[in-house]
Design a protein around this ligand. Sequence first.
Ligand SMILES: Nc1ncnc2c1ncn2[C@@H]1O[C@H](COP(=O)(O)OP(=O)(O)OP(=O)(O)O)[C@@H](O)[C@H]1O
Ligand SMILES: [Mg+2]
Length: 208
Amino acid sequence: MVNISAQNLGIAIEGNSVFENVTLECGPGVMMALTGPSGCGKSTLLNALGLVLPPSVGDVLVDGVSTKNWSDKQRFAFWKQHAAFIYQDYGVIEAETLSFNITLGGQLKSATYQRPEEVLEIVGLQSREKEHASVLSGGEKQRLGIARAMYKDSHVLFADEPTASLDPANRDMIIELLRLATARGMSVIVATHDDYLAQACPQKYRLP
Ligand SMILES: Nc1ncnc2c1ncn2[C@@H]1O[C@H](COP(=O)(O)OP(=O)(O)OP(=O)(O)O)[C@@H](O)[C@H]1O
Ligand SMILES: [Mg+2]
């Protein structure tokens, strides 16, 4: 289980402030939405919390420990051991099968699941493990990303607009899966402009 927090976090890109003074916390079993108008910095904040983007000021803490002086090696270890990322148009290896996408060709071993089929069933992609990811719809790709996060036993899930351009049925399915992941103790942080998803998140952080 992992706790992610930000203390007076600020990001400036090319001298322009994207946001400043963000203080928040997302712990195990918490589902948090980062909300606000387009361009306010939701994706940027998500990347900073995921240690993808270094802060300009302030700090991101993992389990209360400052990451300010973390080496690349420490950040890689965090991504490998704890984190999963779901981006709208990213993260699925189109030319490979669903099974390959779950286990990254056997590189990932799950402590919880014996076989990738088990997580594919949870997300409603059962009996499709041999298909190429390129044939999946947008919503199915998002579900594949969640299945991989579960298989990997990730402790924190960073999702950027996971319900964007989905119909209501697929959107509801994603929300239910995020709830399930949260109920299992994951810390789930989503950047979203989807009011429906934001409403489903008990914790919200609104950027101006
Ligand atoms: N690499 C970059 N170079 C220059 N500007 C950037 C970069 N990344 C983000 N920005 C700027 O930072 C601001 C916030 O962008 P960001 O993508 O975080 O917004 P957002 O809230 O996720 O928007 P949306 O709802 O449209 O996804 C924007 O003005 C954007 O142009
Ligand atoms: Mg965005």
